[in-house]
Design a protein around this ligand. Sequence first.
Ligand SMILES: Cc1ncc(COP(=O)(O)O)c(C=O)c1O
Length: 434
Amino acid sequence: MRTEDFSARAHRVIPGGAHTYSKGDDVLPADAPQAFVRGKGARVWTLDGRELVDWGMGINSVLIGHAEDEIDDAAVAALRDGQNFSRPSPLEVDLAEAAVALFDGMDMVKFAKNGSDANDAAIRLARAVTGRTLIAYDEEAPFLSIHDWFIGNTVMNAGVPEAVAGLARGFRFNDLGSVEALFNEHGPRLAAVILEPCRDVRPRPGFLEGVRALCDRNGTVLIFDEMVTGFRYSLNGAASFLGVRPDLMTVGKGMANGYALSALLGTRSYMDRGGIHHAHPRCFLLSTTHGAERSALAAGLAAIRLHRRERVVERLASVGRRLIAGIDACAKRHGVQEYVSAASDFACRPVLKCCGPDKVPSAEYRTLFIQEMLRRGVFMPWICPSFRHGDAELDRTLEALDGTCSVYARAIDAGAVVGLLEGRPGKPVFRKYN
Ligand SMILES: Cc1ncc(COP(=O)(O)O)c(C=O)c1O
């Protein structure tokens, strides 16, 4: 199939042309590859046969590498014995035991296929246990769920009743005062606080501890969304080194190296409400046809084995450290260090920042950066280090950065991307109109 036919075909049958908005044409440079047909390790291949170094890594889900033989072999072996039965398979218990063993204080687990459903289940459980309706969430989080409580509070809220959106109240990460204000106003009505325990910025001393204390004082359930941090910052979750334990937590993304698998974990006293050994009203806790798909469970078990044996998390941090240093050095060489950076408090999660001449993050300059990296064989819409990013991938990336920073410097000097950026700038996913 010719590349130019693909996008038209995709948009005819798929709204937005892709099943995930952040993979869409509109968010990337106009001449970005329209599709990837294959991946191996830290490389992907485009429809027209180009090989690229990949830093997107399945929207941060492929932390080990594309098409990792050991994981795929385990998944294939499981699916050859049947993908789905009408009674549990031992794989469910094997992975459940392995998962609760990873996360301190978590006694029970339920599996799902995506993070949004796991977060939603955590919220429903918190509401069932507390008998309350309101939830408090980190309104600065780029994304927490596809469901109404989160989407209803974005600008892209068409179709979400105000009454539902209004049940979620925002606070700001690292701003304990903003959490206290919510508790002062709504304390006895708050069922849960949900947040990522950290992103690229370390929690301020006392922030998470303060949130924990507010929850304890008010009988509110604390939920950590470890969709990105779990299996990446630590195999045992970020909570393991941040020193604050949630009541419920969710993981997904890197749990099974790209296979569709997520989980809600929690203390027995809460999770038991989803079971059959209590006298309370029954709580419908994550019961989906495909929740325990056998290939994904086998992939999850194989991924945990590989993580332990190869110390994957350490590798992610060392790849990230080299890349952050490389980007910094290259930007300095070209005099654009105040405009291009990848600094982060956590090396495993470098954060690509592309600013315009006013030193404020700019969609135009970001699109130019991604465009120039692509032209030099590197796909870097954001930065997700994986176990399979080796010296060859890092070297090729640094070489591409050199050329990219040279173009970037010209655009900064010129005060505009005109004549350098092909087509329109990428748009944010969350916008009111197209
Ligand atoms: C922090 C966080 N929570 C939840 C989600 C939702 O996960 P999913 O896309 O698997 O539904 C995401 C997805 O990007 C995320 O980054």
